[in-house]
Design a protein around this ligand. Structure first.
Ligand code: SF4
Length: 386
């Protein structure tokens, strides 16, 4: 905790804010997207925006694994959970995400489905061992941070000869999502998203390294700074991005040197490559269909692939018309643009995925009450709250 406190120090934040203020060109605007919901929560929790000049705007990105899962795949998981012989195992946030027709995994459990929450993918092995008469399905979601754990689960099930376990694989890929945001406009709405640089996720990059961002940083002339999740990490990343933009540079820099290297975690990458491969395309909530943006289980491990083991039709569905999650995920809108934010839609009764997850933008807005402007300006505080 003492180590963490150094990255939350109010005096250091004030000094960094002065450096940023001195670097910023008042004649221009800086639109910086923080890709990850972990950054979004740090920004709101510690009032990072209040330390920044008004012409530095933070745009919230799609880096919340629960938020970006497309409705047809969530519906397929709910349908699977309702089968009498199936036990569906999932990380906690996922069970509360609203599916279509007012369903969710939590509601399915209330109706008798066997839905269980775990903190670790490997817990699924114990559940499978304890219930050999049932089909145990792990509902795997997340970015590259959690993908190695799923690969490990499959390899371990294979090694132990477990026959009643499979994985519904929904792991997604960060660089492909960033690239899809940067690609040519696909309609009038897309032209409204202005991004001058990216704050890249540190936990994902600890696995994949910083190298995978280099191609699009160069191709699209957009700087990337990989940053940790403490407020001073984010502020330093903003400073580094502004320096790059002012200097006309567009490269990948690593603020989180205490955890990220250019190569990443080779062992974890090898684990994933052994079991999983890129899908040709995958549908994201908010981003639509993105090529080579998600993982599937290799044919060699097909016996552990729930999509091969069960009939799992994905039926196209319309999003709740009131919910602005798709536009929020693309950085086009803020939660306060949603007419039911904080009234009909709250963390206790979420209408969209962005209000459910600990990394969702709407949940961050709601939790830290930015909309009410009731917090004292961070610039007036001597210390950031720990
Ligand atoms: S407030 Fe609720 S309904 Fe509105 S965009 Fe956010 S999650 Fe969707």
């Amino acid at each position: 905790m003492r180590y963490i406190r150094g990255f939350r120090d109010g005096g250091a934040a004030a000094a960094l804010a002065q450096l940023i203020g001195a670097e910023v060109d008042e004649a221009r605007e800086y639109h910086l997207m923080e890709f990850c919901g972990g950054h979004t929560h740090a920004i709101f929790r510690y009032g990072v925006e209040d330390w920044l000049p008004k012409n530095v705007r933070l745009v919230h990105g799609p880096g919340c694994p629960v938020c970006v899962l497309a409705m047809p795949r969530l519906n397929a998981a709910v349908d699977l959970a309702m089968r009498p012989q199936v036990t569906l195992v999932s990380y906690g946030d996922m069970v509360r995400v609203p599916a279509s027709r007012r369903r969710s995994l939590l509601k399915a459990r209330a109706r008798g489905a066997d839905v269980r929450m775990v903190y670790s993918a490997l817990e699924t092995l114990d559940i499978a061992a304890g219930h050999p008469e049932r089909e145990i399905v792990f509902f795997a979601i997340g970015f590259e941070t959690t993908t190695p754990a799923t690969a490990h689960l499959i390899l371990e099930a294979h090694r132990r000869g477990v026959r009643n376990l499979s994985v519904y694989c929904n792991h997604v890929v960060t660089p492909a999502a960033i690239q899809s945001i940067l690609e040519a406009p696909r309609g009038p709405e897309w032209q409204q998203v202005r991004i001058d640089g990216f704050i890249g996720p540190s936990h994902v990059s600890a696995v994949i390294g910083s190298a995978p961002y280099e191609a699009f940083a160069q191709s699209y002339r957009k700087p990337v700074v990989i940053a940790g999740f403490e407020p001073l990490d984010v502020m330093q990343a903003v400073y580094m991005l502004i320096q790059q933009i002012n200097g006309g540079r567009a490269c990948v820099e690593n603020q989180f040197t205490r955890g990220v290297t250019r190569e990443g975690n080779r062992k974890a990458q090898a684990l994933v490559a052994e079991v999983l491969e890129l899908r040709p395309s995958f549908e994201w909530r908010g981003l639509g269909v993105v090529n080579e943006s998600a993982m599937r289980i290799r044919t060699m491990y097909a016996q552990y692939d729930a999509e091969k083991r069960f009939e799992m039709p994905e039926t196209p569905v319309r999003e709740n018309a009131a919910c602005q999650c798709p536009s929020i995920i693309r950085g086009l809108k803020k939660p306060t643009d949603c007419t039911i934010f904080g009234t009909v839609c709250t963390p206790r009764s979420p209408i969209g995925s962005c209000m459910v997850s600990a990394e969702g933008v709407c949940a961050a807005y709601y939790k830290y009450r930015r909309v009410q402007s009731s917090l004292p300006l961070a610039a007036e505080r001597r210390e950031m709250p720990v």
